[in-house]
Ligand binder design. Structure first.
Ligand SMILES: [Ca+2]
Length: 230
């Protein structure tokens, strides 16, 4: 009985470790890309020059690895795919699917997490000729990073930024054409992880503990039963 009890405590403590110590990925722009606005906290849209706020893209085309969001079902120059996107300039209106407006394509993640996170991002131009600038902004108020896609493409590195989020905060990953939009297909990925320094609120921590007790106890019982059989 004493042995059984100690095993329960061990299992209980092991289950608690991830709550307080380990970093965990909470968002991945490529893996969680979908044709549903808001799924896993991701939204697909654009900033239109001279218009406040992000507009949501309204048309999604399923096409395997080339599946993409577009401004609407008539204009296909500005788009977002799983790994990147393409902005649009207004310099050549009504040519090549341009509507005449300038669109900075924007992938938005809305946080359901409260605490410190690391945003890891990778940006580079898909072709040698393109020139574009990526922005990472928080709540459409502060700019976390300004990234020259051509320069960063040379390094090919993942860049890390650490910040503290509240629930409902949103991060925008924006691709601007930086002059012409020719050859501006841009890889722009983001992986957001907890840093492990967040401390759960007492109420949510208590609820988590109750849940873990319920989960941990049956697991120990099953292991003990299997042990007797062996
Ligand atoms: Ca450009």
């Amino acid at each position: 009985m004493l042995k059984m009890f100690s095993r329960k405590i061990l299992a209980f403590c092991a289950a608690l470790v991830p709550l307080f110590a380990q970093a965990a990925v909470i968002a991945n722009s490529e893996a969680e890309f979908s044709g549903v606005q808001g799924q896993d906290g991701w939204y697909y849209g654009y900033y239109e020059l001279g218009r406040p706020g992000m507009q949501l893209m309204s048309y999604y085309q399923e096409n395997g690895q080339d599946s993409a969001w577009f401004v609407n079902n008539q204009y296909f120059k500005a788009f977002l795919t799983a790994w990147g996107g393409h902005p649009q300039m207004a310099s050549k209106p009504n040519v090549g699917g341009r509507t005449g407006s300038e669109y900075w394509t924007t992938r938005r993640w809305v946080s359901d997490y409260e605490g410190e996170v690391t945003i890891s991002t990778q940006i580079y131009n898909m072709y040698d000729f393109g020139s574009m600038v990526g922005y990472i902004t928080v709540n459409n108020q502060s700019t976390l990073a300004v990234l020259d896609a051509r320069a960063e493409g040379v390094s090919g590195l993942w860049l890390d930024y650490t910040l503290t989020l509240a629930k409902g905060d949103f991060i925008d990953f924006i691709i601007s054409p930086n002059g012409s939009d020719d050859w501006d297909y841009t890889t722009f990925k983001a992986v957001i992880s907890t840093t492990g320094s967040a401390v759960p609120e007492p109420s949510s921590a208590s609820l988590a503990l109750l849940g873990l007790v319920a989960v941990a106890a049956p697991a120990v019982r099953r292991r003990a039963k299997n042990g007797r059989r062996a």
